[in-house]
Design a protein around this ligand. Sequence first.
Ligand code: PGA
Length: 262
Amino acid sequence: MTQKQRTIHIAGNWKMNHGPKATEDFLKEFAPMIQSDTQKSQLKVTLFPPLLSLYHAVNMVAQGVTIGAQNAHYEHSGAFTGEISGDFLKEINIHSVLIGHSERRQYFGETNELIGKKVTSLIKQDFEVMVCVGETKEERERNETETILSKQLEGAFSDQVEHAFDGRIAIAYEPVWAIGTGLTATPEQAEQTHQFIRKWLWDRFGMAVSGRTSILYGGSVKPDNIDKLLSCPNIDGALVGGASLKADSLASLVHSAAKALA
Ligand code: PGA
């Protein structure tokens, strides 16, 4: 396995799973399992629990693990029923947000424009953001993957956030057809698309940004397929749904990442 140059990032997206009690139970079990891995400075572990579990998670989280929110509004406050702002997150010590997950796009109508507003606002408020992009099965079959990704990337990243490609912005490539379906993109398919995203970053923001930005793969990542994915030069980690819900399974993914850095 080639040694990784960039930080490797393992992120667990719990979606609408694990309320406060289950979150506490998970973290009690998980923390000792990854203690030695998180000593590595090039390894980053983030968990995105549901909103109501954030407070519990942040107060008992293990060293070396970041807790992030699955969503936030771009305004600070106001008449936006059901929404939360960056200010609230900061108040409980959360400084990281997942933006533009395909389920937010698909079920909650989030557009590239809205996602751009969120990214710009949250970066201005000093958050770290992980921005998700990815094509549907139909789009891939119509050979539109690159066009779709370009639109999503262009929508998410304006010139106003260029300075935050200093480690505060990560991109998660998640082909919609691979999320929760058991169908993983092959390492070759994923690597090819990651290369495209890296080239897009180069064309838009230059060589340095392209070289240092972490691009994670997501979509049915599991302990038995992560090693091959991480062996690809442009895959810098994984955003994991289903396989992040059990402590031993997520810990096994973290061990693989630590091994890839060894
Ligand atoms: P999955 O979900 O690992 O269950 O496919 C990934 C995601 O939606 O981030």
